[in-house]
Design a protein around this ligand. Structure first.
Ligand SMILES: NC(=O)c1ccc[n+]([C@@H]2O[C@H](COP(=O)([O-])OP(=O)(O)OC[C@H]3O[C@@H](n4cnc5c(N)ncnc54)[C@H](O)[C@@H]3O)[C@@H](O)[C@H]2O)c1
Ligand SMILES: [Zn+2]
Length: 349
């Protein structure tokens, strides 16, 4: 089947590749329509690995996906041929302890698309468990469906934060994940999200949403703006979505007494953390790893109109131009939030 294959670090090709295609009784076969390009796909392309996950053999990229069901397994009742769907890319071992405990996102056995050695979904069709496949409401497009995966990370962050109505949030970093965190925090009840970054075009995009206060830390003082916004009290929740040591180190100072720090960004090196300062405010620290049980909630919010992810889609490339999409993503243009690839023309035979 034709696919976008990362041959090795820095080398992409569009070519035929043998992929698992057996449809189990609890699976569905999905014809891909739209796949988003994620920072992790780009990192595998430019660096050949992320932490312990090294690309050792050719791997199909892509994990943010929406498409149409073309075949269902014998046991599948919840979905039908023709359904428009999006897919949750990480499938745990259904019998594992983590899954039984409701922590399937941290199941050590999880198999996640485009995480070596598991192939991703930038190809004509995939087989996926029905339990991890979600019908798109009629008013949600394929493009929005392919945004559910990164939005689910923001949803998980908002859930882990245990937001109370009216909370003030700070979000450090306005990359795709920071934007998703800010929108999920607002949808989850925050009265405002003060979002910081060093790149003005990113802040201009998120700054158009009601409730967002964009702060460019190159020429503005985040701590001072937060003091003004909260009468000197501080943020109920500080989300880090930058992974930048300096940002993470600032979180204790920004949080209000009794507040929370939610770590989403993944620093590449260990970061120092002011434990005494955190204790002095009795802060709660939460971490976020992907998401669990967030796709349906995310779709509900998108369908309701409370969350509009469409302005975040910066450009869409035909599948045959997907290498170009990856080259552009690797450039890291500051006005690009999400690049997507349209696979509706790919042959699946
Ligand atoms: N925990 C998870 O499950 C999960 C899932 C996806 C991504 N991530 C991580 O989230 C982070 C963000 O992902 P992304 O795709 O948006 O990356 P990104 O690189 O596009 O965004 C990071 C943003 O932080 C900004 N930044 C850098 N230093 C800053 C500072 N001191 N203050 C404020 N902003 C600063 C950068 O300018 C950039 O816009 C990454 O570390 C990524 O690995 C975590
Ligand atoms: Zn992703």
């Amino acid at each position: 089947m034709r696919a976008l294959v990362l041959e090795r670090k820095g080398v992409l090709s569009l070519r035929d590749i043998d992929l698992p295609s057996t449809l189990g009784p609890d699976d569905v076969r999905i014809r891909l329509h739209t796949v988003g390009v994620c920072g992790s796909d780009v990192h595998y392309y430019t660096h050949g690995g992320i932490g312990a996950y090294i690309v050792k053999s050719p791997m199909v990229l892509g994990h943010e996906a929406a498409g149409t069901i073309v075949e269902i397994g014998a046991n599948v009742r919840s979905l039908a041929v023709g359904d428009r769907v999006c897919m949750e890319p990480g499938v745990p071992d259904f019998k594992s302890k983590a899954t039984r405990l409701g922590l399937y996102n941290v199941d050590p056995a999880v198999r996640f698309w485009a995480t070596p050695p598991v192939h991703g979904c930038l190809t004509g069709s995939v087989v996926h468990p029905a339990a991890f496949t979600f019908r798109l409401p009629d008013n949600v497009s394929f493009a929005e469906g392919a945004m559910v995966e990164p939005f689910a990370v923001g949803m998980q962050a908002a859930a882990r934060a245990r937001i109370k109505p009216g909370d003030v949030a700070v979000v450090l970093g306005a990359g795709p994940i920071g934007v998703m965190v800010a929108l999920a925090a607002l949808a989850g009840g925050c009265s405002k999200a003060i979002v910081s970054d060093l790149h003005q075009p990113k802040l201009d995009i998120i700054g158009r949403y009601p409730g967002v206060v964009p702060v460019n830390i190159r020429n503005q003082d985040l701590a001072e703006i937060l003091r003004k916004e909260t009468d000197g009290w501080g943020a109920d929740i500080v989300f880090d979505a930058s992974g930048a040591p300096k940002a993470i180190e600032s979180a204790v100072g920004l949080a209000c007494p009794g507040g929370a720090i939610v770590l989403v960004g993944i620093p590449v090196e260990p970061v120092s953390f002011d434990i005494a300062g955190a204790i002095g405010k009795e802060l709660r620290v939460e971490t976020v790893f992907r998401y669990a049980n967030m796709f349906e909630r995310a779709l509900n919010l998108i369908a309701s109109g409370k969350v509009d992810l469409k302005p975040l889609i910066s450009a869409t490339f035909d599948f045959e131009r997907s290498i170009e999409a990856f080259e552009r993503a690797a450039e890291g243009r500051p006005a690009d939030v999400k690049l997507q690839i349209d696979l509706s023309g790919v042959r699946t035979g």
